[in-house]
Design a protein around this ligand. Structure first.
Ligand SMILES: Nc1ncnc2c1ncn2[C@@H]1O[C@H](COP(=O)(O)OP(=O)(O)O)[C@@H](O)[C@H]1O
Ligand SMILES: O=P(O)(O)OC[C@H](O)CO
Length: 542
């Protein structure tokens, strides 16, 4: 059956293990299991590190069982990659191997006051959130690992004691899993990679060094992995000069629509809706309006040729899981965003290759809002039901409802840790279906917020892509193989052992393309109402 490449995808809501046929997008066997979340106090989100580890182990074991049933064997697996929820902070005792505290999940906002204190320490009393951005690419926010680690040191005596004794290991979920899967107390590797490290606030994004430096390799944060899996790569580009020329293409000859469309940088945004059914994606794309064209299903290769579409590979993707993350590959260039986007490491393929960077728009609550409808409000019984329930709202009064799911503040482009969720526009006619619809709308509006920020960000490379977009219109593709995150980890792991050629032509992934069905006026009116709802969510938890 082999060679096969495995990918461990340890997300926030679920973990999976997936076996791909090397060099292809074909899934041979997989297993997925949900993960529980612990909410000890308002705004606190934890997970049990042992549960994460055990669920990952179960996923691996079940997948192997399925492989064997199909006639394969463990010996067919030539490499395993790992991809994971980022920022979540785990500390454990290197002598016992036991966690010293639960994982503090990326969504957790207990460190708001820690961030506040840090802001007080910014020179010249400016309280500038972006003070460290030139160094690490990130604003000061409870989102990132460093503040979570500081909180653990200051608040959990066991952690402080182990740190002082030199027995405490810190890591994001990738490090925790790798340490355990490579022997734990008996020589387990305590490593991470630059994509995860770039989200701790502890790594300099220029030098890619810790303070002091440690060489890293081996895995990818889940959103960067999805960027690779969606093939938003810079194939064959090794120098800054090459990158520049790619970003300054000759204006292409426009075939097809014959209409020059003024659009944004995202002429091609790849969307990965993991677990989300077809109809729900339809709904989302309809809402994303100006950024999307819908056309018939067509294989990836057709897409590349269509409308003489610039022969360029896609550079951006959005992935919807617990949160929603849009990453735009900016090649060797670190684009600093004045509009609240993060400058992050996209990937680094081996010790001798230069790092590739990305601009990221992070949204904390996307799929998690559906969990809230199911588990807290109990107004849907399954995720799959959300679409049909929301459809009912179309035929009923009471539909002017907007829901800003700022459960733990708002991330990009607002970075407002004091924001909290609001549902506005409720009338006597409002029913469950309106709330469900408003939840799905919120996922779309938040993505649009990010797209707007990217659009406005301008900056030299993006402005040039804008020109390209002006001519091409906008196409968004949803790959039929939705496990882009795991695929990225498999690609990188496979490449490291010579079983995946990342420089070769892109793999052909059948995809569906989308374009809006509602009018621009309708879209603009609802988006301006969304902005009003955002205003109402701001500053609530002060
Ligand atoms: N059929 C569906 N339709 C819409 N959303 C779904 C569906 N199935 C799962 N989801 C959403 O996807 C999220 C989980 O996706 P997953 O890829 O497991 O996330 P993560 O990578 O964060 O672990 C859940 O929050 C859930 O709300
Ligand atoms: O669990 P996901 O897939 O929503 O991803 C979580 C992110 O990595 C958090 O930054």
């Amino acid at each position: 059956m082999g060679p096969l490449v495995g990918a461990i995808d340890a997300g926030t809501s679920s973990a999976r293990f997936i076996l791909f046929k090397a060099g292809t997008t074909e899934i041979v066997a997989s297993h997925q299991q949900e993960l529980s979340q612990i909410y000890p106090q308002e705004g606190w989100v934890e997970q049990d590190p042992m549960e994460i580890l055990n669920v990952v182990r179960d996923c691996i074991e079940n997948t192997i069982d399925k492989l064997i049933t199909k006639g394969g064997s463990v010996n067919d697996i030539v490499a395993v990659g790992i991809t994971n929820q980022r920022e979540s902070t785990i500390v454990w005792d290197k002598t016992t191997g036991g966690p010293l505290y639960n994982s503090i999940v990326w969504l957790d906002v207990r460190t708001s006051s820690t961030v506040d204190q840090l802001l007080d320490e910014v020179p010249n009393q400016t309280r500038n959130k972006n003070y460290l951005k030139p160094l690490c690419g990130l604003p000061l926010s409870p989102y990132f690992s460093a503040v979570k680690l500081k909180w653990l040191y200051e608040n959990i005596p066991k952690v402080k004691k182990a740190m002082i004794a030199g027995n405490c290991l810190f890591g994001t979920v990738d490090s925790w899993l790798i340490w355990n899967l490579t022997g734990a107390q008996n020589g387990g590797l305590h490593i991470t990679d630059v994509t995860n490290a770039s989200r701790t606030m502890l790594m300099n994004i220029d030098t890619l060094k810790w303070d002091p430096g440690i060489p890293l390799s081996g895995c990818l944060g889940d959103q960067q992995s999805a960027l690779v899996g969606q093939q938003c790569l810079n194939r064959g580009q090794s120098s800054e000069e090459d990158v520049q020329s790619d970003l300054l293409p000759e204006p292409p000859h426009l075939h097809g629509s014959g209409q020059v469309v003024k659009e944004n940088v995202f002429q091609r945004v790849l969307i990965s809706l993991r677990n989300h059914g077809h109809s729900i994606s339809m709904y989302i794309f309809e809402k994303l309006g100006p950024y999307i064209n819908f056309e018939d299903s067509a294989p990836h290769s057709d897409f590349c040729g269509m409308k003489n579409m610039l022969m360029e590979l896609p550079k951006a993707k959005v992935t919807y899981g617990t949160g929603c993350f849009l990453l735009y590959n900016t090649s060797n260039i670190k684009v600093h965003s004045p509009k609240g986007l993060l400058t992050t490491v996209a990937y680094k393929l081996g010790p001798k290759t230069p790092p590739v960077y990305a601009l990221e728009g992070s949204v904390a609550i996307a799929g998690a809002a559906l969990n809230w409808l199911r588990d807290n409000l109990e107004i849907i019984s399954s995720f799959g039901e959300a679409q049909s329930v929301a459809e009912n709202a179309k035929h009923k009064q009471g539909g002017e409802v907007y829901f800003v799911p700022a459960f733990s503040g708002l991330y990009a482009p607002y970075w407002q840790q004091e924001a909290r969720g609001v549902i506005v526009g409720i009338s006597e006619e409002t029913e469950n279906c309106h709330i469900v619809k408003a939840t799905l709308d919120a996922v779309c509006f938040q993505t649009r917020d990010i797209l707007e920020a990217m659009h406005q960000d301008g900056g030299s490379p993006l402005v040039n892509l804008q020109l390209q977009a002006d001519l091409a219109g906008v196409t968004v593709m949803k790959p039929s193989m939705a496990e882009s995150t795991a695929l990225g980890a498999a690609m990188v792991a496979g490449a490291a052992v010579g079983h995946w050629d990342l420089d070769g032509p892109p793999m052909s992934i059948p995809s569906t393309k989308w374009q809006p069905k509602i009018s621009e006026d309708e879209r603009d009116v609802s988006y301006s109402r969304w902005k009003l709802a955002i205003d109402r969510s701001m500053g609530w938890s002060i």
